[in-house]
Design a protein around this ligand. Structure first.
Ligand SMILES: *[C@@H]1O[C@H](CO)[C@@H](O)[C@H](O)[C@H]1NC(C)=O
Ligand SMILES: *[C@@H]1O[C@H](CO)[C@@H](O)[C@H](O)[C@H]1NC(C)=O
Ligand SMILES: *[C@@H]1O[C@H](CO)[C@@H](O)[C@H](O)[C@H]1NC(C)=O
Ligand SMILES: *[C@@H]1O[C@H](CO)[C@@H](O)[C@H](O)[C@H]1NC(C)=O
Length: 713
C-alpha cells in the first residue's frame, strides 16, 4: 500500500513538473557580452557554455579564461531572477579542425570504461562546484551504430551516477539535458533514442543552421519551421523525433537569435532560394539579431516575413540576410505549445537586441496559454499528492493493512463517459424521496443524502440548492475533474441527475463518513472513509475555480479552509506550489495529536496547534503531543519523525517547506536525516479569542479580500 501510494504520488509529481514550460537559453562565454547584463528574467533555465573534455584524462575542464565567468554565472543570473536555474553545458561536438563527426573527444571518452568514469565524476563535481543544478551535453552527432551503442550505455551510467550521488536532504539530483541535431536520423544514422528518453530530462534540438552562407550557393531560410521542398525544416525534425519514440514532453524547440548574411548573385533576385555567391559581413556569415537590426535600421530597410517558411529576410544592396524576427519567434513558440513540446531553448541570449524584444516576445507567447492551463494542474496534482500522502500516513500510523491496486489514470476521454445519467425518479426512490433520515449532512451548496439503487448499490447524492449559482459552476467542475481522474483514493462519481432543473451528483457511498467523525475537527472533511476505513477524497470543485482567474499568481478569492491556508496565501494571495504542503502539515499534526486547529493550547492556553507542536518538539517533549489513542508507543521514534516532517511542512516561508517528494522520501526512508524545522507560520500572531486562528480574520480585512467561504461541505 505504502509503496503503491508513493508511486502514485511520484507519478503525480512528475506530471505536475512536466507541465512547467521550459524557457531556456544559452550564454556562451566566448561572446563579447558583459555577463552582468544577462537578462535572465524571461527564462526558467540558463545554460552556461562550454566546458570541454580533456583529451588526455577525459575529465571535463574549464578554460582558465572562462573560470571567472563560470564562477559568477549562477549568482549573476539568480540575482535578477531568483527562480532561474542554471546548467553547465559540456561541448561534445567535433573539434573545429576536424570534419569527421565521430572524431571528437566525446567518442573516445565513451569507448572506454575508465574514461567514462573520469568524465562522469568530473562533470558532477564541476556542476556542484560552480553551483549549477544540471548538466547539458551539447552537439553530439549521431555516428556509427557501434558508437551509438556505447553512447546509449554511457547515458545509462551517467544518469545512474547522478542519481546515486550522495546529496543533502534538500538537494535534488542534477538534471541532465542534451543538445541534439534537429532530427534524430542523419544519413541513415540514428541516435539511441530509447536511452536518451530514459536518461535525459529533456532534449533541446538544434532547429536552425539548415542553410549557411558559408556552404550554400543559394539564399536559405536557415531556421525554417516549414519547407515545402525539403526535409531541412523544424517541423520535419520534431515529427521525426516523436516518431522515433521521444515523447513530445521531452522535446524543446530551438530558437536562433542569429541569422546568416549572403552575397546575392543578382541583387534583383532575392526571394528565398535565390542564387548567392557565399557569405557576407562576417567571417562565417553568421550575424547576431542585434547586429541585424542595426543593419536594417541604418539602411532603413524593413524585413519581409514569409509565412510559408516562417522566416524573415531582407536585403540592402547585394547583401541578403535571413533570420527570425518577432513574428517567427511567436509562431514557433505557439507551434511548440500546440505540439505539446516541453518548451524552447534560445541560442543564444546575448544576441538579442537592447530591448530584449525576442526574449520577451517568446516569454509572452509562452505565458499566453500556460498560466491558465498550468495552474489548476499544479493545484490539483499537489492537492491529490497531499491527499494521497495523508491516506498513506494514516495507514502508516494505524498500521492498518489495506489492499490497493491504486493507479492513477488521466483519461482523455470525454467528460461524461463512464458516467450514468440518472432520472429524478430513480434518485427519489433511492433516497426515499429525499427523506430526512437519509440526509447525511448539509454542504456548502446543498444537502447530501444516502440512498440505495435498485441493484443494491449504496450511493450518496449531493443535491445542489437551486438558489446556488456558485454551486452549479463547481458541480460541473467537480464532475469534469473527477471524471478525468480515476484513483482508488478518489470518491467515485457514478453519475449525475439534471432532470427537473435539479443538479445532483451521485457518488459511491462511503459508509464510514468523513475522517472528521473520527478526528473531530479535520477540515479535511473531504477525506472520506469507506467501510474498510480506506480513505478516499472528494471535492474538487475548488481546484478548478482557479482556472478562471486571470492572474495565475494571485487570486481575489479566498479559497480553501481557514487553518489550512498558508501565510503567503492569506497575506498576499500568493498561491505557492507549497500550499498543499502546508495543508498537509496541518492535517498531519492533527492526525498525530488528535487535536483541533481551532483551539488554543499550552499551559497558558495561548498557543495555536502549530506553535504548540513546535514548542513541544523544541523542548524534546514530542510525545506529549501525540494522541494517546494512537497506541503506538513502540514506535516513538516514528511518531517524532512524523511530527518533525509536519513541522517542516508548516514553516512560515514556503521556500523552506519540503516538496511532497521530499516528504514522501523522508517518511519512506527512516534512516534519512530530517532537517530542523523553523518557527511555524502564524506564530507571532496573538489572539484574544479562542475560536479561530486569528490571521484568517485579520488579514482578510487588511488586504480587503473578498471572502467566499467555499468549504466545508
Ligand atoms: C588535461 O589533463 C592533463 C593530465 O591530468 C593535464 O596535465 C592537463 O593540464 C589537462 N588539460 C587541460 C586543458 O586542462
Ligand atoms: C567514423 O565514421 C565513419 C562513417 O561516418 C566510419 O567510416 C569511421 O570508421 C568512423 N571512425 C571511427 C573511429 O569510429
Ligand atoms: C573503442 O575501443 C576498442 C578497444 O577497446 C577499439 O578497438 C576501437 O577502435 C575503439 N573505437 C573508437 C571509436 O575509439
Ligand atoms: C515565401 O517564399 C517563397 C519562396 O521564395 C515564395 O514562393 C512564397 O510566395 C513566399 N510566401 C509568402 C507568403 O511570402
Amino acid at each position: 500500500m505504502f509503496k503503491t501510494n508513493i508511486l502514485v504520488l511520484l507519478s503525480f509529481l512528475n506530471f505536475a513538473n512536466s507541465q512547467n514550460w521550459i524557457r531556456s537559453g544559452y550564454v556562451y562565454s566566448g561572446t563579447e557580452f558583459p555577463e552582468p547584463d544577462i537578462n535572465s528574467r524571461p527564462f526558467t533555465h540558463l545554460v552556461c557554455a562550454f566546458a570541454y573534455i580533456n583529451s588526455s584524462n577525459y575529465e571535463i575542464y574549464i578554460e582558465p579564461s572562462d573560470e571567472i565567468f563560470m564562477t559568477s554565472f549562477t549568482e549573476i543570473v539568480t540575482s535578477k531572477n531568483p527562480s532561474a536555474k542554471t546548467l553547465l553545458s559540456i561541448w561534445a561536438g567535433k573539434p573545429h579542425s576536424s570534419g569527421e563527426a565521430n572524431s571528437s573527444m566525446f567518442f573516445d571518452m565513451i569507448n572506454q570504461s575508465s574514461h567514462r568514469t573520469s568524465f562522469i565524476e568530473s562533470s558532477i563535481m564541476a556542476a556542484r562546484q560552480y553551483g549549477f543544478i544540471g548538466l547539458d551535453l551539447s552537439d553530439v552527432l549521431p555516428t556509427t551504430p557501434a558508437n551509438m551503442a556505447s553512447m546509449g550505455s554511457f547515458f545509462d551510467e551517467w544518469r545512474e551516477a547522478i542519481n546515486s550521488e550522495p546529496r543533502k536532504y534538500d538537494t535534488p539530483p542534477l538534471i541532465l539535458t542534451m543538445g541534439a541535431m534537429y532530427s534524430p536520423v542523419m544519413d541513415s544514422l540514428i541516435y539511441p533514442v530509447n536511452h536518451i528518453k530514459r536518461n535525459f530530462d529533456w532534449v533541446h534540438v538544434r532547429s536552425f543552421d539548415y542553410h549557411m552562407s558559408s556552404k550554400d550557393r543559394f539564399t536559405g531560410a536557415h531556421a525554417a519551421l516549414y519547407d515545402p521542398s525539403s526535409n531541412l525544416n523544424t517541423d520535419y525534425g520534431i515529427n521525426e523525433w516523436i516518431r522515433q519514440g521521444l515523447p513530445a514532453k521531452k522535446l524543446v524547440i530551438g530558437l536562433p537569435y542569429h541569422g546568416y548574411a549572403w552575397t546575392l548573385v543578382n541583387s534583383d533576385d532575392y526571394a528565398i532560394g535565390a542564387p548567392a555567391k557565399g557569405m557576407a559581413l562576417t567571417r562565417d556569415g553568421s550575424i547576431s539579431y542585434k547586429e541585424i537590426k542595426r543593419y536594417f535600421n541604418s539602411y532603413k530597410v524593413k524585413p519581409v516575413f514569409n509565412s510559408t517558411y516562417v522566416a524573415s529576410y531582407g536585403k540592402f544592396g547585394s547583401i541578403w540576410i535571413d533570420f527570425d524576427d518577432v513574428e517567427a519567434i511567436k509562431t514557433k513558440v505557439s507551434y511548440a505549445k500546440e505540439k505539446g513540446l516541453l518548451g524552447y531553448n534560445v541560442f543564444q541570449i546575448p544576441n538579442d537586441d537592447a530591448n530584449w524584444i525576442l526574449s520577451t516576445t517568446a516569454q509572452e507567447e509562452a505565458n499566453n496559454q500556460e498560466n491558465k492551463q498550468q495552474l489548476w494542474v499544479i493545484i490539483l496534482s499537489t492537492t491529490l499528492a497531499a491527499m494521497i500522502l495523508v491516506s498513506t500516513t494514516i495507514c502508516f500510523l494505524k498500521r492498518k493493512s489495506i489492499i490497493s491496486k491504486g493507479k492513477v489514470v488521466w483519461s482523455r476521454r470525454d467528460k461524461y463517459t463512464n458516467q450514468q445519467s440518472f432520472t429524478f425518479a430513480q434518485i427519489a426512490v433511492a433516497t426515499d424521496n429525499f427523506s430526512s433520515e437519509n440526509k447525511l449532512g448539509e454542504g456548502g451548496f446543498g444537502p447530501v443524502y444516502k440512498g440505495e439503487l435498485q441493484n443494491g448499490l449504496q450511493i450518496a447524492v449531493k443535491r445542489l440548492a437551486k438558489s446556488s449559482k456558485q454551486g452549479i459552476e463547481e458541480l460541473k467542475n467537480e464532475l469534469a475533474l473527477t471524471a478525468r481522474l480515476q484513483h482508488v483514493n478518489l470518491v467515485k462519481v457514478l453519475g449525475i441527475c439534471t432532470e427537473r432543473e435539479e443538479q445532483m451528483l451521485i457518488y459511491e457511498y462511503m459508509p464510514n463518513g468523513s475522517l472528521d467523525n473520527y478526528l473531530f475537527d479535520l477540515k479535511a472533511s473531504n477525506i472520506l472513509l469507506d467501510k474498510e476505513m480506506k480513505p478516499e477524497i472528494s471535492d474538487f470543485g475548488i481546484a478548478k475555480v482557479f482556472e478562471k482567474d486571470e492572474n495565475a499568481a494571485s487570486t481575489r478569492r479566498i479559497i480553501g479552509t481557514y487553518g489550512y491556508i498558508p501565510p503567503e496565501y492569506v497575506k498576499g494571495g500568493i498561491y505557492s506550489r507549497k500550499y498543499d504542503v502546508y495543508s498537509f502539515g496541518v492535517l498531519l499534526l492533527q492526525i498525530i495529536s488528535g487535536k483541533k486547529t481551532s483551539s488554543l493550547y499550552g499551559s497558558q492556553k495561548n498557543l495555536n496547534l502549530l506553535e504548540h507542536a513546535y514548542e513541544l518538539w523544541k523542548n524534546d517533549s514530542s510525545m506529549d503531543f501525540m494522541d494517546p489513542t494512537l497506541d503506538d508507543s513502540s514506535s516513538a521514534c516514528k511518531m517524532k519523525r512524523c511530527m518533525q516532517v509536519a513541522l517542516l511542512c508548516v514553516q512560515e516561508r514556503w521556500e523552506d517547506r519540503p516538496s511532497m517528494l521530499e516528504v514522501s522520501s523522508t517518511l519512506k526512508n527512516e534512516t534519512e536525516n530530517v532537517p530542523t524545522p523553523n518557527m511555524p507560520a502564524f506564530s507571532t500572531c496573538k489572539r484574544s479569542d479562542g475560536e479561530k486562528i486569528c490571521n484568517s480574520m485579520e488579514v482578510c480585512s487588511a488586504s480587503m479580500l473578498t471572502i467566499t467561504q467555499e468549504m466545508p461541505r
